[in-house]
Design a binder for this molecule. Structure first.
Ligand SMILES: Nc1nc2c(ncn2[C@@H]2O[C@H](COP(=O)(O)OP(=O)(O)OP(=O)(O)O)[C@@H](O)[C@H]2O)c(=O)[nH]1
Ligand SMILES: [Mg+2]
Length: 197
């Protein structure tokens, strides 16, 4: 894998704050604590580029990272974090929906789902939402290092099943930020959508 340069650009809290340079964007979406920031760090091989935390709800902004001066990784706020006041949750949900629907530079969405559990209701909400659009979409099953190979296969099958039920056909990739599992595959997919170097 070629060396990757990554730089934090800014935290965005509203539509007006989104970058205007037109560079392609790859968004990471998923429940709070599912491992978005960790996977992003694994992709760019930096331990602490994106802030990770044992406390859910750490990522409260759209965090923009410039990758190789060519495109952005966008770490979206985790959803489903009960301690965030409802009014604020709704505000984020609206902003995320608008972003997924209307954001022109958006080239790809990576939806992270915990490999240890079947997709939760909010995950199915994201799947249903993505079905309505035409942005390329991939499911990364996270924390695969916590499962045996057998359990990983089961988890992927369960997720496939949920997707098929919804009429979706998208790649499902078991990943681990700890072992680097799946990182290569994710890169291949990402590069195919943002263009080679
Ligand atoms: N075993 C294991 N633990 C992981 C992995 N990825 C993340 N974790 C742990 O899961 C917790 C949450 O990780 P984060 O990357 O901060 O999760 P997040 O989705 O960014 O969370 P929010 O920013 O709160 O939405 C941390 O304690 C991580 O160490 C993984 O691949 N394997
Ligand atoms: Mg995070």
């Amino acid at each position: 894998m070629p060396h990757t340069e990554a730089e934090f650009i800014k935290g965005v809290v509203d539509w007006a704050g989104l970058p205007r340079d037109g560079r392609p964007e790859v968004a990471f979406i998923g429940r709070s604590n599912v491992g978005k920031s960790s996977l992003l760090n694994a992709l760019v091989r930096r331990k602490n580029l994106a802030r990770t935390s044992k406390k859910p709800g750490k990522t409260r902004e759209f965090n923009y990272y410039l990758i190789d001066n060519r495109f952005y990784f966008v770490d979206l706020p985790g959803f489903g974090f009960a301690k965030v006041p409802k009014s604020q949750r709704d505000r984020w949900a609206q902003l995320i929906e608008r972003y997924l629907n209307d954001r022109l530079p958006l080239r790809a969405v990576i939806h992270l789902v915990d490999s240890r559990h079947p997709p939760m209701e909010q995950d199915e909400d994201v799947m249903a939402f993505m079905r309505g659009g035409d942005v390329p979409y991939l499911i990364a099953l996270t924390k695969a290092d916590k499962l045996s190979n057998n359990q990983q296969a089961q988890s992927a099958a369960q997720t496939d099943e949920a997707l098929v039920q919804m009429g979706l056909e998208v790649p499902v990739v078991p990943t681990s930020a700890h072992t680097g599992q799946g990182v290569r595959e994710l890169w291949q997919w990402i590069q195919s959508l943002v263009g080679e170097k």
